[in-house]
Design a protein. Structure first.
Length: 140
């Protein structure tokens, strides 16, 4: 991630989880902290370049919120913990995801949407839209 004004920011580099480096939860935490730090550093600045996208600071915050909530759910679920995304948050994040995630983001950034019943909670709709199975759970 860098400011588009070219003021010497270091590009953000994504580390694949299968790269064999460290604890995935700690990598997620560190990545989220880096995104937050860089976002805070350019809060008053112009657009921020992330890959081929140019986003405003509020858009970076929205994307970060989706990333943290959904990857937090991923990690908790993979560890056998049920940690639901609070309904009001899931509703807001779903609205943002519907605006920010395009067909061009699939399948490289997100899987295909998964079908869920219309009456399913907002968390399930958010997770399904991002290509996750909301009913998936690891049994310990």
């Amino acid at each position: 991630m860098r400011r588009t004004s070219g003021q010497g920011a270091v590009p953000y580099q994504r580390v694949p989880l299968d790269a064999g480096v460290g604890n995935p939860a700690l990598l997620l935490r560190d990545g989220a902290a880096e995104v937050l730090g860089r976002w805070a550093a350019v809060l008053a600045g112009g657009p921020i370049a992330i890959g081929d996208r140019h986003l405003t600071s509020p858009m970076v915050a929205a994307v970060g919120a989706i990333e943290i909530a959904v990857h937090g759910w991923d990690v908790a679920t993979a560890c056998g913990e049920r940690r639901p995304i609070p309904a009001p948050m899931a509703e807001e994040l779903l609205d943002l995801a519907l605006l920010l995630i395009t067909p061009h983001d699939r399948p490289s950034r997100f899987g295909r949407p998964v079908a869920v019943p219309a009456y399913a909670p907002a968390q399930d709709h958010l997770l399904a839209y991002l290509g996750r199975r909301p009913d998936w759970f690891v049994c310990n």
